[in-house]
Every structure is written in structure tokens, then in C-alpha cells.
Design a protein around this ligand. Structure first.
Ligand code: SIN
Length: 288
């Protein structure tokens, strides 16, 4: 099976057309898709897909073990109420309410972040199927942390090289979740990690910044003020428009982003217009 790849912006992202990922696929095709994804800086939009939830999971398995799959690490307990009732690999993002219960997490990811960076082995691919999209709005912003890293001066790269940062779900919980929703167990240590500030991508060997405003709480061994200034600089630097791309969804898009080298931000500007997305999240390597 062949497919067409077109770039979406100079800094990151490509779209694939002419491909039906609902059908089981062999490793060669999966390898080609993976290579297109890496070549596009870690953001691939596969257009015009009609997928069942099972087909989405089957496709996602080509890109690594999935959070929530039987025998694998689950996502933090706090989001368990938003998982698909029959498929714990599927995190549902939605403002829809059905029978008085949220169909997914409303307003998820409305801040710059890299998925589950607070885990010892955080996410590599997140693969999101756009099932219902608003008429206007509901775009997602992506930021290329490899390009941001490469644009730093040699002196700054040298200073950052040995640094490590703390990532903690407690910060996300405090700023993004209403208090009764947060499950206290999630704050006790399983969702806390120290990672290098600059990581080397396991597939491409390229270096990226690996800190994000949503989950990074501070630099190891720095005092709070120093840490805030340095992280503030890195966040402002990385989110300059030149390093970002804004994805406007079409229904049926399957969007794959690489959390090892990107941050993303879901724009919550669509009010009551229904939006329903199903997402799988691959367990990546320990950042190094
Ligand atoms: C997320 O995974 O952070 C949500 C992304 C989105 O809904 O656009």
C-alpha cells in the first residue's frame, strides 16, 4: 500500500492521504508510517479515517506498548473516569455529557505540556482520532522542541547539558483539575520523576528540550527563583510562533504526535459545540 505525504508547515508536521489504517497492516507499512512521522518532526496527520475504537488500538500498537493496556502502566488514576469503559487504552477528551456523566475529560490539555512527563517512562506517541469536531475552533497547537533546542546558543546548550528537572503530576493537578476530582494516591510519588532538561531522541538521535510548563516543577539543585527564571526563559523561547504549528482538525483526522520532541496545547475556544476525541498513549523510553 502506498500513501502521499505533504508537509504542513516548515517547522513541523506532515499530512498523509491515500491510506486506510483501519485494516490490519504489516510491519513494513507501519515502519514507513513511523519514518514519515519522524521525518515530519514528530507530527503526522492521517486524513479521512473511519476507525472503530478497536482498529485505533490495533494501529497504535505498532508504535509501542500503550498506557492502560492489560499488564502495562496505567495513566494516573485521576483520569480513569475519562477512559473508555471497554478499552482502558483509550483516553477520551470531550465536552460531551451523556446520562449526566462526562463522556471524556473536558478542556484537557489546555496548557503547554508533553503527555505524562511525570512518569519514569513518559509517553512517546500520542495518537488521537478526531471523531467529532466543532464547526469553529478546537485546534491544537504543537511546538517543536528540537528546533527550539537547536536555535539556542552554544553557551546555553553547554549550560543546559548536565541539568535535570523535576516533573510532578501534583502541579498539573493543582492547576488543571477541580479538587474533588484529583485522586490523592496520584500525588504520592508514582507520578513524579526527574528527567534531563535536554534529551536525546531514541529513534532520531536528535536533542530536544524536555521541560514543559504544565508538569515541570523546577530544576534539580537550583533554588526556586533561579529555576523559575531559567525555565521561564526556556518556555518563552520554545513557544515562539516560529517553532509552533496550529492544527485545524478535519473530522476523521488521526493525529500522531511525539511527546519526546514536542509540546502541545489544546485550545479551549469552542464553548458548547461538541468535540469528541479518542486518544491512545504509547509508553516511551526513559529519557536520557
Ligand atoms: C491532550 O491530549 O492534551 C488533548 C489534546 C486535544 O484535545 O487537542
Amino acid at each position: 500500500m502506498s500513501f502521499t505525504v505533504n508537509p504542513l508547515s516548515p517547522v513541523l508536521g506532515a499530512e498523509i492521504t491515500g491510506l486506510d489504517i483501519a485494516q490490519p497492516m504489516g510491519e513494513n507499512l507501519a515502519k514507513d508510517i513511523r519514518q514519515s512521522w519522524l521525518d515530519a518532526g514528530g507530527l503526522l496527520v492521517i486524513r479521512d479515517q473511519t476507525l472503530t475504537t478497536e482498529q485505533h488500538i490495533q494501529f497504535s500498537r505498532h508504535f509501542g506498548p500503550l498506557f492502560g493496556a492489560p499488564g502495562e502502566t496505567p495513566l494516573q488514576e485521576t483520569v480513569s473516569r475519562y477512559l473508555h469503559p471497554d478499552h482502558p487504552e483509550i483516553y477520551r477528551v470531550s465536552n460531551r455529557v451523556e446520562n449526566g456523566k462526562p463522556k471524556g475529560r473536558a478542556g484537557a490539555g489546555t496548557y503547554w505540556h508533553s503527555d505524562v512527563s511525570f512518569k519514569q517512562r513518559p509517553a512517546s506517541a500520542s495518537i488521537m482520532h478526531a471523531i467529532e469536531i466543532p464547526d469553529i475552533g478546537g485546534d491544537t497547537l504543537f511546538c517543536n522542541m528540537t528546533a527550539a533546542y537547536e536555535a539556542l546558543s552554544g553557551a546555553m546548550k553547554e549550560m543546559l547539558a548536565p541539568l535535570r528537572a523535576h516533573h510532578d503530576f501534583a502541579q498539573t493537578a493543582a492547576t488543571q483539575f477541580a479538587k474533588p476530582v484529583v485522586i490523592e494516591e496520584d500525588l504520592k510519588g508514582d507520578n513524579r520523576a526527574i528527567h534531563p532538561v535536554v534529551r536525546t531522541h531514541g529513534d532520531t538521535g536528535r536533542k530536544s528540550l524536555y521541560v514543559n510548563p504544565g508538569m515541570t516543577t523546577g530544576l534539580d539543585n537550583f533554588d526556586d527563583e533561579e529555576s523559575a527564571v531559567l525555565l521561564g526563559f526556556l518556555f518563552d523561547h520554545a513557544t515562539q510562533p516560529e517553532f509552533t504549528f496550529r492544527h485545524h482538525y478535519r473530522q476523521g483526522d488521526v493525529v500522531m504526535w511525539d511527546n519526546r520532541s514536542l509540546m502541545h496545547y489544546a485550545i479551549n475556544d469552542y464553548g458548547d459545540q461538541p468535540r469528541y476525541m479518542e486518544r491512545t498513549t504509547s509508553i516511551g523510553e526513559k529519557p536520557a
